[in-house]
Design a protein around this ligand. Sequence first.
Ligand SMILES: [Zn+2]
Length: 742
Amino acid sequence: MDRVGRFAASLLLVPALAVPRGFGPDSARDEARWEERYRALPDSAVIRETARLLSAAPHHVGSAYDEKNAQWILARFREFGFDASIETFYPLFATPRERLLEMVEPGRFRASLAEAPVEGDPTSSQTAAQLPTYNVYSIDGDVTAPLVYVNYGIPADYESLDALGVDVRGKIVIARYGASWRGIKPKVAAEHGAVGCLIYSDPRDDGYFQGDVYPKGPYRPPQGAQRGGVADNPLYSGDPLTPGVGADKPPAHWSLDDAKTLSRIPVLPISYADAQPLLAALSGPVAPREWRGALPITYHVGPGPARAHLKVSFDWKITPVRDVIARIRGAEFPDEWVIQGNHYDAWVNGASDPVSGMSALLEEARSLGTLLREGWRPKRTILLCAWDGEEPGLLGSTEWAETHASELQRKAVAYVNSDSNGRGFLNVSGSHSLETLVNEAAGEIEDPEKKMPVGRRLRLRRIAVARNSEERREARERGNFRIGSLGSGSDYTTFLDHLGIASLNLGFGGEGGGGVYHSIYDDFSWYTRFSDTDFSYGRTLAQMAGTVVMRLADSDILPLDFTGEADAAARFLKEVKDLAKERREAVEERNRRIDEGVPEAMADPREPFVAPKKEPPVPEFDLSPLEKASDSLAEAAKQYESALGAAGRSDSARAARVNALLRSAERELTREDGLPRRPWFKHFLYAPGFYTGYDVKTLPAVREAIEEKQYDDVGPNAKKTAEVIEKLAARVREAAAALRAR
Ligand SMILES: [Zn+2]
C-alpha cells in the first residue's frame, strides 16, 4: 500500500495527487472517483425542504410529531435503498404538570414562565403543542426561601460566596446559564445545602448585550428561556433508571428512588424578563465584577430580602423513544461497522437543534443511495442512525449502544456524530487517532462562502485567533491542524466514553451568532433569517461527513494515525504537569499572603470580612508512569508509521489482521472499572468534567484529583491512566508487526 502522510505542510502547497491514508494507489483511484461523484450530489434545496418539514411542528420525545418524523425518516431511508428499521426503547421521561414561581417578599411578583409568539414567525404560535419551559429530571418540589445569586453556580463561585460570608444553606439559588452543563448548577447548589435552583439566561450571555434580539436580530428576547435536561450526566448518561443496560423493554416495576441522576432539589429555567425583578430585589454584598450581567440593575448577591416560592411537579412516565437505524451492508467486511448519527428529537421545533444536522445527514443518505444504485459497494457496513431522545439526556443513542454493547465492541470501527449546524468554520473534535483522516477530508471540501478548503479556512482562523506566538506557529506549521477533544453534550458520549469507540463530532458555525437555543424561537423562520439561511453549510456538512464515512468504510487499512494520538497524549500530560505547578504556586502565594496579613489590610473595615484560611500545600506528584507510557506510545507510533510506509501492496489477509488490531485500538484506552466515582465512564483519556459536565477533561482521573485537591489519589490514578496508554502502545506495536509480517 501507499500513503501520503501530512501533506498540508504548507498552506500554499496543495498536493496534486494525494493518496488518502489507508488506500493503495489502485483503490485510491477508485475512491477518488466515487468521492468526486458523491460530493456533487448533496443539494441545498433538498436539505431546506427536509428541514422545513422536520421542524414544522414541536417534536419533543413522546410527542405525535416526533413519532411522525421517525416514520418519515424511516420511509426516506428505505426509499434510498437501505435496510432500515425502528428500534424502540423505554426510558423515564417527565413533562411539567405544575410550574409556579413567585416572589413573596418584599412585594409580590409572579413569573410569567411563558414565551410569547412572535409576529411573522408562524410556528412560534403553536402553543398547544409546545412543551412549557422547564428542566427535565428536576425532582418535584415546593419550597419558599430567601434567594441568593450564585453567578454560574460552579464550585469556584461558591468559594467566592464563602469569601463574602454568604451561605446558601436553606436558600433558593438563582444561577445564570453558561460556564457549565446546566445540570451542574443544581448539583453543586444541593451539595452546598440549597433547597431550590433557578437558572436564567442573562442578556450579557445571549441576549441584547450580544446583538439585536429576535425577531429583529438572532439573540434571545426578554421572555425567551432555555429548556434542557438537568440530570447528573457526568455520572452516567441515558435513561436515569438503567445505567449500563439498554432499556429495551418497559420496566415491570420502577421507582423514582432508582433514578440516581435526578436533581436533588427542584429546578426551573426562567427568562431574563422573569429574573430581573427577583435579582433587583436582592441586597447584601454587591456581586463581584465578573458576576455582573447586562440587566439594568446593580447585581447583589443576597441572601434576601427577596424570598421566592418555587413549585414544580411533573408527570413521570416511561416514554418510548424510537431510533431509526439504516444499514448499508459492507461488501467485503460486513462485520466491521462505520456508524454515523444525529438526533432528530427537539425541545420545540428545533430547526437549528437538531434539524439542521439531521437534514444534512438525510441528504448524505440520499446521496449514498444514489452511489449504491450506480454501483458503489462500501467494503465495510455503514450504519446511519437517527437518534430520538437526545435532548432529555442522550436517551436514544445511549440505550441503543448499551443494548448492542458487546456487538459494537467487536464490530465498530468509528462513530461520527453531528448535531446543530450553522454557518462559518469547521468545528471538529474527537479521537486523535482520526486527526489525519479529518485533515485529509477537510482539504477536499470547499467552504461555500470563501471558496477555499474548509481545512485551510480553519487554519487561517487559528492564526487570527491565536493567543501567542507558539499557537500561531503551530497553526502555520503543524502538519495536521489539531482537532479538539470530546467532553460530552451530544450522542457521541456513549460511544466514546462508555464503549471506547473512536469518535468524531462534526459541524460548522462561528458566524451569525444567536440566542434561541432550546426555546420556541429555534424554528425555520429564525433559521432561514439568521443561520445557514441557504443551507449551503448543510450541503458542506453532508459532503464532509460523507467523505469521512466513505474513507472509513472503503479503505484497505483503517485510516488511523497514532503519531497524532501520541502527540495528544504527551500534550495532555504536559497540561496536567502545568496545572499541578500552577496550583502549587497559587497555594504557596495564598498562604504567604495570609502570613503577611495582606487580606486584612485590603479589606474595607466597614464591610463584613471573612478571614481566608490557609490551604495544605500541593505536594509533588509521581507522574513518571505517565511519562513512560507517553514515550512508549510515541515510539510505537513511529514503528507503525514506518511499517505502513514500508509495506508493499497489501494482501487482504494481512490487511484483515492489521484492521482487527486497529479497530480495537481506542478500546485499549478504557478500563472495565471505569473512572473513579463514575464507573459508567470507562475512557481514561477524555471525559466530561465531574463539576463542569460539558467541557472535556483530558486524563480526567489525574486532572480532577488535582483540581479537587484529592492529592492522595493523583499517584494511583496516574498509574491507572498510564496502564491504558501502555495497552494502546502494545496494540500499536502489534499492528506494526502485523504490517511487516510476510
Ligand atoms: Zn442537539
